[in-house]
Design a protein around this ligand. Structure first.
Ligand code: PXG
Ligand code: PLP
Length: 452
């Protein structure tokens, strides 16, 4: 294990400056780096040799823990056998094996898998497939997309257009044509455990959008079944089914963005399974390879795929002019097969469902502490809303996360929220320790006794 006993891990200022870090406060980070140098199981090692509990599973990626032996072995073996092969016009067996394996995690009917390199690529691929599908059906005017306030769909142009986080869009100019449903965080539903009871009627706002724009101009609705990045916003009871029904009635495709909810975190194979609503297209990434190699996947209803095959022209012609150099990368496929294998063989998803109520209990035990204005949870995910400091909604979550870091816990801070995503094999002791530390950190920030 590498330990530098130096928070900068021996890096020079020039080296720190050379790397333009993603979604990071670069100036502040480079003054006071938080450097991770190793990981195993549920813990990181930082550059000073401290063990840090991974309270977000990387970025919602590593539910099976770090350096899982089965995944590590599969990648090592693959890299010495077939490190890369062309993704276009040639295949490698593991791509087909993994596609088939993925379909076993999907609701009935979703059984055609398109591989990408990330969640953002999955989203833009799904949006393109949706528009192309309507064009193939002779309905080329169906191009408009419907997203939702607070939605996060990655950072490519399609994704930020349908996304509902203006900060991710405002710098970048013209995107694709998109309108937005309201988010589902209703006043009065704070501190709901699991699904809020009120709010299903918010799905009817889709009818208003249809009234204004007409369904003949709308290609698809895209939502996260449970919003992750915005702070774990759980769908109200009945809401997703209503969206499903309206989409079906008006010939609009329903896309579930399951980049966070796919492959186990909800205590079900997908959010679709957890909430019992089946979309037409699904986007996934992250947990598909346990985060060990970048990969995403779009999963389509068979008749959507069939439509491209039937309308594809002569059979030497490609049916969908779309794909990535790294689609179905052999290392990613090896990691994906190992990950889904472990999820299945070790009955991990059942374990998530079993431990979720204990996690829920612990998460909500902080209710009543100062600054906490809402607590939300589902499966092994939880979000805390933190009362804004005057004019600075994001300040206190940052202070709380830093207080956690000093106590040896990594948690996510974003907007006015703190987010937790437990490893699928988390123990009760680990849950207790992260929640105790969070309670201490929030209290210290509220009291102004935590140095910042
Ligand atoms: N859709 C959803 C629903 C996501 O959560 C993406 C698309 C984009 O995936 P990529 O692989 O391109 O980043 C995501 C990613 C956080 C956090 O801490 C969440 C994401 C990424 C980074 C941080 O909430 N979600
Ligand atoms: N830009 C250039 C110049 C390229 O040649 C390619 C791929 O060949 C790309 C972008 C797209 O890269 P990727 O397939 O990794 O998304």
């Amino acid at each position: 294990m590498t330990a530098f006993h130096d928070p900068r891990a021996g890096l020079s200022q020039d080296q720190l400056d050379a790397y333009w870090m993603p979604f990071t406060a670069n100036r502040q980070f480079k003054r006071d780096p938080r450097m991770l140098v190793a990981a195993d199981g549920h813990y990181y090692t930082d550059a000073e040799g401290r063990r840090i509990f991974d309270g977000l599973c990387g970025l919602w990626t590593c539910g099976l823990g770090h350096a899982h032996p089965a995944i590590t072995a599969a990648i090592s073996q693959q890299v010495t056998t077939l490190d890369y092969s062309p993704a276009f016009q040639f295949g490698q067996p593991k791509a087909f094996e993994l596609a088939h394996r993925v379909t076993e995690f999907m609701p009935t009917g979703l059984n055609r898998v398109f591989f990408t390199g990330s969640g953002s690529e999955s989203v833009d691929s799904a949006l393109k497939i949706a528009r192309a599908y309507w064009r193939k059906q002779g309905r080329a005017e169906k191009t408009r997309m419907v997203g939702r306030a607070k939605g996060y769909h990655g950072v490519n142009y399609g994704g930020i257009s349908v996304g509902g986080l203006p900060a991710n869009r405002v710098l970048y100019g013209q995107g694709i044509e998109a309108v937005h449903l309201p988010h589902t965080q209703l006043p009065g539903m704070e501190f709901s455990r699991g699904m809020p009871e009120q709010g299903a009627e918010l799905a009817d706002r889709l009818l208003d959008i249809i009234t204004i724009y007409d369904a003949s101009t709308i290609a698809a609705v895209i939502v996260e079944p449970m919003s992750g990045s915005a702070g774990v916003i759980v769908p109200p009871m009945g809401y997703l089914q209503k969206l499903r029904d309206i989409c079906t009635q008006h010939d609009i495709l329903l896309i579930f963005d399951e980049v966070i909810t796919g492959y186990g975190r909800m205590g079900a194979r997908t959010g679709a399974e957890a909430f019992d609503v089946v979309p037409d297209l699904m986007t996934t990434a992250k947990q598909l390879t346990n985060g060990a190699v970048p990969m995403g996947a779009v999963i389509a209803r068979q008749d959507i795929y069939d439509c491209f095959m039937e309308e594809g022209g002569p059979d030497y012609m490609l049916e969908l002019p779309h794909g990535y150099t790294y689609s179905a990368h052999p290392l990613a496929c090896a990691a994906g097969l190992a990950t889904l294998g472990v999820l299945e063989n070790e009955q991990i998803i059942k374990r998530v469902a079993t431990i979720a109520p204990l996690f829920e209990e612990a998460v909500h035990s902080l209710r009543g502490l100062p600054l906490i204005t809402d607590i939300r949870n589902y499966g092994l995910a939880a979000g805390y809303s933190i009362e804004h400091a005057p004019g600075e909604p994001a300040l206190r979550p940052y202070q709380i996360a830093m207080a956690m870091w000093r106590r040896g816990f990594y948690v996510r801070y974003g907007g006015d929220t703190i987010q937790l995503a437990m490893p699928f094999t988390v123990t009760q002791d680990e849950i207790d320790s992260v929640i105790n530390a969070l309670g201490e950190s929030i209290s210290a920030v509220a009291a102004g006794t935590e140095e910042v």
